[in-house]
Design a binder for this molecule. Structure first.
Ligand code: GLU
Length: 303
């Protein structure tokens, strides 16, 4: 694969925030965006926004525009115009063709029910009849275990063959799988540091296997803690998730600042978004980032 089409910043750090347009930005996504932005600024690097709109069945009309508008209202627009995955099919196709040509990927006609009978883990094709439009999967060798050092969560390891199996790169409905698109884009955009929510922690070993198969550099990964409610549910899926109000950005920014382990006093007196972000940038200490956190009702109003 050719080198990145966008060269990294002079400091060598480039991060990104990559929302899927499946709904409005919520407090959990703002936490990931703000945390990623702060880490990029702290490193003197760049921070990009990429809209991951390659799954039309899950896309909510207008959500991408609303997410971009909300990010702008929170002062977190990317340093370059946003990238749109829906305009990058040719890159994913080229990567898939390379994997197929090298024997790393294969067409698979297994049905969901056949896979369910094997615990949902694909180790060999069991389909009797090939489908006209098969899925394409990555071949994961027996015993393929990936370990990496997460910037916040420590050493993470996964036996991808046993726990995930051969995973999908191109779905039977013709949509690109997230795992392929994200790996191709992170490399093409020269992303050096992936900062995102810990719900994606168990996707990272798959992404590293793909990077190895494609001969791409492996970025550093840092997974921020998920916001959980008092019952341990992901906050975005629970009724306690307070909707974000882009017209009144300061309370949510202050709440995220505190949730990121930073001293609320540093941003208490800031009267507008620019002042708050300037202060946050100057005072941010990555050593204070918590690996886990629990949301308490009222956190968005923390002053
Ligand atoms: N688009 C993914 C999501 O919204 C995130 C991708 C990533 O950060 O790697 O869950």
């Amino acid at each position: 694969m050719p080198g990145p089409s966008v060269q990294p910043a002079a400091t060598g750090y480039r991060g990104r925030f990559a929302p899927s347009p499946t709904g409005p930005l919520h407090l959990g996504s703002l936490l990931a965006a703000f945390g990623g932005w702060l880490l990029a600024r702290h490193a003197g690097g760049e921070w990009l926004v990429r809209i991951e709109d390659i799954d039309p069945p899950r896309e909510v009309p207008g959500a991408a525009a609303a997410q971009l508008a909300a990010l702008a209202a929170f002062g977190l627009a990317g340093d370059r115009p946003p990238a749109w995955q829906s305009r990058r099919h040719a890159l994913y196709r080229a990567a898939l063709d390379r994997l197929l040509a090298a024997g790393h990927a294969f067409a698979c006609s297994c049905s969901r029910s056949a896979l369910a009978a094997q615990g949902g883990i694909h180790r060999r094709c069991v389909a009797g009849v090939p489908r006209p439009h098969p899925a394409i999967r990555l071949r994961v060798a027996d015993g393929a275990t990936v370990a990496f050092e997460d910037g916040l969560q420590g050493t993470v390891g996964q036996d991808v063959a046993a726990e995930v199996g051969d995973f999908v790169l191109l779905r039977a409905d013709g949509c690109w799988a997230y795992q392929l698109a994200v790996v191709v884009d992170d490399a093409d955009q020269g992303i050096t540091d992936v900062v995102r929510g810990a719900d994606l922690l168990d996707s990272t070993p798959r992404q590293i296997l793909l990077q190895r198969a494609l001969g791409l550099p492996v970025p550093r990964y840092l997974h921020l803690p998920l916001l959980l409610d008092e019952d341990g549910h992901k906050l975005s899926k629970s009724s306690a998730a307070p909707p974000l109000d882009p017209a009144d950005p300061l309370p949510a920014l202050r709440a995220c600042w505190s949730l990121l382990g930073q001293d609320p006093a540093h941003v208490r007196g800031c009267g507008d978004v620019d002042a708050l972000l300037r202060q946050a940038r100057a005072r941010f200490d990555p050593a204070l980032l918590p690996a886990r956190l629990h949301f308490r009702r009222g956190d968005t109003t923390t002053a």
